[in-house]
Design a protein around this ligand. Structure first.
Ligand code: NAP
Length: 244
């Protein structure tokens, strides 16, 4: 068995999760990558990591489903003797619309994935951590509210921010730190799922830095918060949003 530290990344097969998986691998972490449906991308990330001589493992599960989350962590137990870092990264958004057009099915799907999923994964991770770190991937949307686009998604990230603050206090005595990053306008597939693949380019001129962000730039902030460099930081947030 490897004696490397272990990171578990939900939604680690694509976008910010994939960049985070590769960055932790470069820092000597064995990496467990969860995905929901895109097995091909998850396996590609694992292959790249294994080329570095680092162990990588992929597990399919819908983080919104409690039984699947339990089964996923049970599989993790067979693969890794320890868990040092959880990155609660998996999330979804749906096409832009005002509240007047939203129905309960849509709202509940967003909240189940983005909020309940993060709660369930944190719960299972904490059971396995002897000192550790959780980084929640929130969004600048928790501050802007995303009017006329995705109030549901933005509110789910507001819940994740509050969860970060409360959980940090709840598990501080176990030497587990809990922090969050709040990305904004990063080039990933998520905007396509939100119904506007070109959204970052449309809005980038409104950002003080005048450009969209890259997944690697978010991964750096996630890694910093998880690392010993941030050893006295808990219940905190890093905005990775170009100044907005
Ligand atoms: P992405 O490229 O669309 O990737 C999302 C990942 O989440 C995928 O790997 C997907 O799995 C996984 N996923 C979605 N629902 C899941 C579920 N129910 N169970 C398990 N995995 C699930 O998006 P991204 O932009 O990298 O987003 C990563 C995080 O950054 C999210 O929390 C998002 O809210 C946040 N964020 C992104 C931006 C941005 O501009 N891109 C801005 C602010 C915040 P599959 O690969 O199997 O589909």
């Amino acid at each position: 068995m490897s004696s490397n530290p272990v990171v578990f990344i939900t939604g680690g097969g694509r976008g910010i999760g994939a960049a985070t998986a590769k960055l932790f691998a470069k820092h000597g972490y064995d990496v467990c990558i969860n995905y929901k449906s895109d097995q091909h991308s998850a396996l590609q990330v694992a292959k790249e990591i294994e080329k570095l001589g680092i162990k990588a493992f992929t597990i399919q599960a819908d983080v919104a489903d409690e039984q699947q989350v339990k089964a996923m962590f049970a599989k993790l137990d067979t693969w890794a003797p320890r868990l040092d870092v959880l990155v609660n990264n998996a999330a979804m958004m749906m096409p832009q619309m005002p509240l007047l057009e939203m129905d309960a099915k849509r709202i509940n799907a967003i909240l189940s994935c983005n909020v309940t999923g993060a709660f369930l994964c944190a719960r299972e991770a904490i059971k396995r951590m002897n000192k550790g770190s959780i980084v929640n991937v929130s969004s600048g949307a928790s501050r802007t509210g995303s009017p006329n686009e995705y109030l549901d998604y933005a509110a789910s990230k507001g819940a994740l921010d509050t969860f970060t603050i409360g959980l940090a206090k709840e598990v501080a005595s176990k030497a587990i730190r809990v922090n969050a990053v709040r990305p904004g306008l990063i080039y990933t597939d998520m905007h396509r799922d939100g119904g506007e693949a070109n959204r970052v380019n449309r809005l980038k001129s409104k950002l003080p830095l005048g450009r969209g962000g890259e997944a690697d730039e978010v991964a750096s902030a996630i890694y910093f918060l998880a690392s010993e460099q941030a050893s006295f930081t808990t219940g905190s947030f890093i905005d990775v949003s170009g100044g907005l």
